[in-house]
Design a protein around this ligand. Sequence first.
Ligand code: SF4
Ligand code: SF4
Length: 216
Amino acid sequence: MVKVKQKNLKEIIDAVQGYDRLLIVGCGGCASVCLGGGQREVDRLCMDLNFFFKSENRPARATGYTLERQCNPLFLEELQPIIGNYDCVLSMACGAGCQYLAETYPETPIFPAVNTVAIGIDREIGVYEERCRACGACVLGYTGGVCPVTRCAKGLFNGPCGGTNKGMCEVNPNVPCAWIEIYNRLKKQDRLDNIMKITPAMEWQNQVQRTLVQER
Ligand code: SF4
Ligand code: SF4
């Protein structure tokens, strides 16, 4: 699931300087699940901004609205009747949702109120771990389900590098070496021959924008 984290208040305030009627749009999808941009976070940001505007005697006011999702046109339509009442929008969705909102309402300046930080898993409430960068050429089948792109500091498709030390990564000795984890996992599954196979370098053409079609 995509993880987002709210930008600091100063950055948000700086971005919307000069606008008086602000609409904060939350997202009920991933952004809500990771407690970064759902209804509750929209309400809190609204309160923080209005408190700030009031303390500065500024006429600006923020209003909140949370869509079910911002990456789907059906939900974005909901804003049609009200978006004209606002000078700008602060989106609390991931970068994809924020872009789609901006594309749908190109006449309204859209500012992200959150940073999109990862595709990850929930370790516990509020603790998320990055697990995928959507590289477009997944090798998890050969690596025992351990992602070398996100979990190896050098993103190596063939490893380990020469720096691994007692099972830890040379770049950050507090982090386990992904390739040692891959080795251990494959060993457990009696599939160590996989680690000897050379995985070719990434096809960088995968990194240009793609429109993906899901075939049934
Ligand atoms: S290799 Fe890693 S980054 Fe690439 S798709 Fe698989 S999990 Fe995601
Ligand atoms: S020590 Fe392991 S995780 Fe760290 S960069 Fe080298 S191969 Fe990657």
